[in-house]
Design a protein around this ligand. Structure first.
Ligand code: TRP
Length: 333
């Protein structure tokens, strides 16, 4: 019997994953391999809730997969797949739409934010985005879902939908919990350090995993700090410096106190260079792997195919159960 708990996580295929994605997510995925059964889905169906250029999206999807593999995720020990390759996601999402209220979806802060940002394209997919996310999770009976704080409301909705369905039709879905890794600080924007580092912001605010060394150094040198020239951890009053300290600490394992002591009286220039050295050293092996992997289309395709097959086998079981509970006629009488 398989007693391992199951983890599901979805990642948007922006193709331009950041240092924040690496420290906050990717790096931890590797540590989870032993303890959990993990599924990682590149959520391309979520991506099209915003208008995408097809050629760009196709490239971004492959790039995201290659970065996953390059950062050390083992495709044999984890199930890595594209959401659109497992049709059960869209099918379960439709069914769950019928168990989700307009009022609930209208309250989602991300929907409100995105509607404001894309006022010319407030489509039904954008509105129902959280239901597709619930389907992603519930389809695999996931126990745990690693998420950032911006996704808490969506996970709460997934729990509510699962509980509602279970109450109506008897136990069907595992009610998932959030998973918040012990290590891995939240990485903030380099220019507006009170906001999360995000690839949808201007380029100089984030470090991309594939950024070359000179660009990384330049971006860090230009990172916003403050004018008291003291390397001290104080996120409230010194958000810029504190962010750089967390990055350095996350990558080197050095404590914040010891970083503060090391750079006491040295000024920000030297400190920023040390952060740049650590970031460049951490990303270099991933970038090298990436170069090799992204040239090997046949390998990427084989990973995609086997990921989709393994995910499908699990997804099918849940969807069949759901059809039965709801009262849909069995396909084979
Ligand atoms: N909405 C998530 C994000 O933007 C991505 C996502 C889609 C997801 N489906 C998921 C995350 C399921 C966790 C579980 O970050």
């Amino acid at each position: 019997m398989d007693a391992k708990k199951r983890i599901f996580s979805g990642i948007q295929p922006t193709g331009n994953l950041t240092l924040g994605n690496y420290i906050g997510a990717l790096r931890n995925f590797k540590l989870l391999e032993d303890e959990y059964d993990c599924l990682y889905s590149i959520v391309d169906l979520h991506a099209i809730t915003i208008r995408q250029d097809p050629a760009q999206l196709r490239k971004a999807c492959l790039r995201t997969l290659a970065i996953f593999l390059a950062s050390g995720l083992d495709p044999e020990r984890n199930i890595i797949f594209f959401q659109s390759h497992v049709h059960e996601h869209a099918e379960l999402a439709w069914i769950l739409d019928c168990y989700t209220y307009m009022g609930e979806l209208s309250r989602m802060t991300q929907f409100k934010d995105k509607s404001r940002k894309h006022a010319d394209n407030i489509n039904c997919g954008l509105f129902a985005y959280p239901v597709l996310m619930a389907a992603d999770i519930l389809l695999y009976q996931a126990d745990l879902v690693p998420i950032g704080s911006d996704q808490k409301q969506h996970l709460e909705l997934a729990r509510n939908i699962a509980e509602r369905f279970n109450a109506l039709y008897s136990d069907t879905f595992v009610v998932p919990d959030g998973y918040f890794p012990k290590v891995g600080a939240r990485v903030m924007s380099l220019q507006e350090p009170t906001r999360k580092m995000s690839k949808s912001d201007p380029e100089d605010t984030y470090i991309a995993i594939l950024d070359p060394a000179d660009i990384i150094r330049k971006k860090l040198r230009r990172a916003v700090t403050d004018c008291d020239a003291e390397v001290r951890f104080d996120p409230e009053n010194k958000p810029g410096v504190s962010n750089l300290m967390s990055i350095l600490s996350a990558l080197t394992g050095q404590s914040l106190e010891s970083i503060a002591a090391d750079f006491s009286g040295k000024g920000y220039g030297i400190f920023k260079d040390a952060v740049a050295d650590a970031v460049i050293a951490a990303l270099a092996p991933i970038q090298q792997n990436y170069e090799k992997l992204s040239a090997d289309k046949a390998y990427l395709e084989s990973v995609m195919r086997s990921g989709a097959e393994r995910a499908s086998a699990l997804a099918m079981r849940t969807l069949r159960k759901v059809h039965k509970k709801v009262g849909l006629a069995p396909a084979k009488l």
